[in-house]
Design a protein around this ligand. Structure first.
Ligand SMILES: *Cc1c(COP(=O)(O)O)cnc(C)c1O
Length: 412
């Protein structure tokens, strides 16, 4: 194992992004040995606490209600402003197509309904059996609500959706294809441009869930001609627990696609308080209620950090981290029954690696007790989420050494 230790030291020594680690909050004494869950809850930046204090004492505490409309950064414009910041740093999207609001679940509902409404006369939704639960549940609800048929693609839970599989199900009845760009369990990185093209050839729209790619894998929504996308900000964007989500709606679709939660904040001239709902022009029409300002502040800081690091550099380090983790696991004796349940080809792998084996739910508990924090994904996977800006190569090797130690001591 010490061979891996020295490799990790070397890789950390030549890592251009190593300096970003010191921008994160240092956990209190004895509370952490290795954090491998940056794809469930990213770590906070040190700047976040003083920035929140400043918001409380400054714009909220001193300017009060005036902050919604006055000054050079009025709160009212944050949904679009922060949306554009995310779009530039992580989504490959021009301004005016992204907003921050709600949660991923709610935005998924709003955008799926908007997309389906823009394809009248079509009554099928394509999705896959291994998509994240909230995606499946939301679409089940929509199919019941609108009397649509769900066309399920059976995907390999240790790989993921392929263009061929999509080709086989899309047809003239397909309104919408809803998939994750990076699969939450296996880390499979879907061929989004190719799948988008296939859906379009059948006359359908696509809605990509970017929760596990935003801030980890480069995305080119404009170049790929994606119609709709959603994603969360508390994973690789380090926005904090329950931080609001983002939605992308392609410019040319914005006046055709209407979202169903017609709140006052998405209305044209909300403060006229007039009768009847008329959507605001452009992406603003996808906002429903009062923007979550406090929740957006840490997101802005996370996105600002990402834009300094650069998503291409983040991706390079991500591939190095996941490749190292796979090499270490591959060196373990086969008697342990551990397998890599993620794609081995880095071209098809996002920012996390799942390793699976017998009794891994218990192993996860023991790792947490030892201060090593991955997460467990049913039925038998330990998911290593390696956020490149906050994770070192040494941390990965250290965590896997603790895990190997636990597996060695297990009764046969
Ligand atoms: C984390 C995640 C979500 C989370 O949705 P919330 O509404 O924030 O709970 C949705 N989809 C995917 C693929 C995820 O990984």
């Amino acid at each position: 194992m010490s061979e891996f230790r020295s490799r990790a030291t070397e890789l950390d020594g030549s890592d251009d992004l190593a300096g970003f680690r010191s921008e994160f909050v240092e956990p209190r004494q004895g509370r952490l040995r290795a954090y491998l869950d940056g794809n469930s809850l990213g770590r906070p930046l040190r700047r976040t606490a003083p920035a929140l204090t400043d918001l409380v004492e400054g714009s909220w505490g001193s300017e009060l209600i005036r902050s919604w409309t006055d000054g050079d950064d009025p709160w009212m414009t944050w949904p679009e402003r922060v949306g554009d910041e995310i779009a530039a740093a992580a989504l490959g999207a021009a301004p005016g197509q992204t907003v921050v609001a709600d949660s991923t679940t709610v935005l998924l509902y709003k955008l799926a309904r908007a997309g389906i409404g823009a394809r009248p006369g079509r009554d099928e939704i394509v999705l896959d059996t291994d998509n994240f639960p909230t995606d499946r549940y939301v679409l089940e609800g929509i199919s019941r609500e609108l009397g649509m048929t769900l066309r399920w693609v059976e995907t390999d839970p240790e790989a993921g959706i392929t263009p061929d599989q999509v080709q086989q199900v899309v047809r003239e009845r397909t309104a919408l294809v809803v998939l994750s760009h990076v699969a939450y369990r296996s880390g499979w990185l879907a061929d989004a441009p190719e799948i988008t093209r296939i859906a379009h050839d059948a006359g359908a729209l696509v809605l990509w869930d970017l929760c596990h790619s935003a801030g980890s894998v480069p995305v080119q929504l404009d170049a790929w001609e994606v119609d709709l996308a959603v994603g969360c900000t508390y994973k690789y964007l380090n926005g904090g627990p329950g931080a609001p989500a983002f939605a992308y709606v392609r410019k040319s679709l914005q006046d055709k696609a209407r979202q169903p939660i017609q709140g006052w904040m998405g209305r044209k001239d909300p403060f006229t308080m007039g009768p009847g709902y008329e959507p605001a022009a452009g992406i603003r029409g996808f906002v429903s209620g009062t923007p979550p300002i406090v929740g957006m502040l840490p997101v802005r800081l996370g996105v600002e950090q990402l834009s300094r690091a650069g998503i291409e550099a983040v991706r390079r380090k991500s591939v190095a981290l996941t490749s190292l983790a796979i090499e270490v696991v591959d060196s373990w004796p086969s008697e342990w029954g551990v397998r890599v349940a993620s794609p081995r080809d880095p071209e098809r792998r996002g920012g996390h690696v799942t390793v699976a084996g017998p009794g891994f739910e218990q192993v996860t508990r023991e790792l947490w007790d030892a201060g090593v924090i991955p997460d467990f994904r049913s039925p038998d996977g330990i998911r290593l989420g390696l956020a490149p800006l906050s994770t070192s190569h040494a941390e990965v090797v250290d965590a896997l050494e603790v895990m190997a130690e636990l597996l060695t001591r297990r009764p046969a």
